[in-house]
Design a protein around this ligand. Structure first.
Ligand SMILES: Cc1cc2nc3c(=O)[nH]c(=O)nc-3n(C[C@H](O)[C@H](O)[C@H](O)COP(=O)(O)OP(=O)(O)OC[C@H]3O[C@@H](n4cnc5c(N)ncnc54)[C@H](O)[C@@H]3O)c2cc1C
Length: 434
């Protein structure tokens, strides 16, 4: 077990081996991987550890339904989760299972189609009949056509898990500094030699950028095109109710995850809002297919965000950066949408009849045009590795994604093939001179 007094927020060192930018689950995963191998690292977080997506997500740690080219890394991530759950104490990690229910034949077919990947990767998964779904949910009307369940899938409490991992990384030797925005990179002859933060410079051999939705802003200031946009997603939690199953329940109207406090985290996958920023116009072409695919669930809006810090580019190490202008992105939840989602949840899952809404929140999801992460060395900026664009499923993948990024930074054997995560899939890139 971890020593209870391990804490973060150390003095900012002037030199280290690797600087990690961003204290979400990916950056913390990278720092932990390095620290456990005795490699000096400093993690800089502009606000607080897990202040953005990594404490605001639903908490699902699933292999079920993932794209096949993400499964090898997810299996590694799953192993890290299980080890950490043993080593760092209560983070709400439970192998309670993940289940998705189908309301249409087309949804049922998608679940059935995915079964071949379950077989290929030996993931324990099986289809559910309508009667089995009724039994799981406490219904008796065959409302669902059936479903799919993966009993070895898991979930954790995001608000507990990532800060606990960060404390564990410090216990293992990492330095973690909050309220420390990295403004830009230090470079000599094009190669990264460290970072410029708002508190001074840190020299380093390599830098891992795990900046979530801010990664594009950071990279485009360096002249590296990064087609990533922020999509606002809202969620809520309920008062405690009598449990009916250990499994999460997913359906197109509403998805729910049992919480450690006895309530449920409730949301609707794919229901999201895109607040237009200048990069949205620049990268519009790349995002057109995904916007079209999700046109019924995605609202596009032009508001004050257009002129906000996420949209800013071009500053240098002496300027106040956009990252200091917004310590924590804390967008307003879409309350009307959440009322609708909660009503659906109570209709779909009768055991929620007496649940009350307790808290609502929102966060910006860092989406790539193909909804797959980038975990890659930036060829035009030697010494820089990016691990970002988790596209709404990076909580489960985060420990593995962070470890892979750390391995790329220090040229160690990767725990999974990095090929699916290359930035070059979006075309050739370039970088401004150092
Ligand atoms: C409502 C919702 C539900 C979700 N549900 C799930 C789920 O059930 N399962 C799942 O797997 N995923 C889920 N996700 C996605 C998941 O939360 C994210 O993919 C994951 O948390 C991303 O982690 P990250 O470390 O990449 O980014 P973040 O958690 O966003 O962290 C990035 C950090 O970098 C910091 N930063 C950025 N730039 C700088 C800088 N220049 N200097 C210093 N610090 C900087 C930011 O302040 C931030 O703290 C969900 C997301 C949302 C919003």
């Amino acid at each position: 077990m971890m020593t209870p007094d391990a804490t973060y927020n150390g003095e900012l060192p002037t030199a280290t081996s690797v600087v990690v930018i961003g204290g979400g689950i990916v950056g913390v995963g990278a720092a932990l991987h390095l620290a456990e191998r005795g490699i000096p690292c400093v993690l800089c977080e502009k606000g607080t550890v897990a202040g953005e997506q990594s404490s605001r997500n639903w908490g699902w740690v699933r292999k079920q339904g993932r794209r096949p080219d993400e499964l090898a890394l997810m299996l590694e991530s799953d192993r890290i989760w299980r080890r950490l759950a043993q080593e760092i104490g209560e983070i709400g990690f439970r192998t309670g299972g993940v289940s998705y229910f189908a309301q249409t034949d087309a949804e049922m077919q998608r679940h059935a189609d995915w079964m071949r990947y379950a077989e290929e990767y030996q993931i324990e998964t099986r289809l559910l009949s309508a009667a089995e779904v009724d039994a799981m949910t406490g219904r008796s009307d065959r409302h669902f056509k059936g479903g799919v369940t993966s009993p070895t899938d898991a979930y954790a409490e995001p608000r507990l898990a990532v800060p606990a991992m960060a404390r564990y990384a410090v216990h293992k030797g990492a330095t973690i500094c909050e309220r420390t925005a990295v403004r830009t990179l230090l470079r000599e002859g094009g190669r990264v030699t460290g970072v410029v933060t708002e508190r001074g410079t840190v020299r380093a051999d390599a830098v891992v950028l795990a900046g979530g939705v801010w990664s594009r802003t950071f990279l485009e200031n360096l002249g590296v095109s990064f087609p990533q946009l922020g999509v606002r997603s809202s969620a809520m939690r309920t008062s405690p109710v009598a449990p009916i199953s250990t499994s999460t329940f997913g359906a197109s109207g509403a998805s729910i995850r049992p919480r450690l406090d006895g309530g449920y985290t409730v949301g609707r996958a794919t229901a999201a809002r895109f607040d237009l920023i200048p990069a949205g116009i620049r990268h519009f072409g790349a995002f057109l297919p995904v916007l079209w695919k999700r046109r019924r669930m995605m609202k596009v809006r032009l508001g004050k965000e257009f002129f906000g810090p996420l949209g800013r580019h071009r500053w240098d190490g002496d300027d106040t950066s956009p990252f200091e202008l917004m310590r924590t992105a804390d967008p307003a939840p879409d309350e009307a949408l959440l009322r609708d989602v909660f009503a659906s949840a109570r209709t779909l899952y009768p055991h929620l009849a007496d649940a009350r809404p307790v808290e609502t929140w929102a966060s910006l999801i860092d989406v790539m045009p193909d909804e797959m992460p980038v975990i890659d060395r930036i060829a035009s900026v030697p010494g820089l590795v990016v691990a970002s664009g988790m596209s709404g499923h990076g909580f489960g993948l985060g420990p593995g994604a962070g470890a892979l990024a750390a391995q790329l930074a220090v040229a160690r054997e990767p725990l999974a093939d990095p090929a699916p995560y290359r930035l070059s899939r979006f075309g050739p890139n370039r970088a401004a001179a150092a």
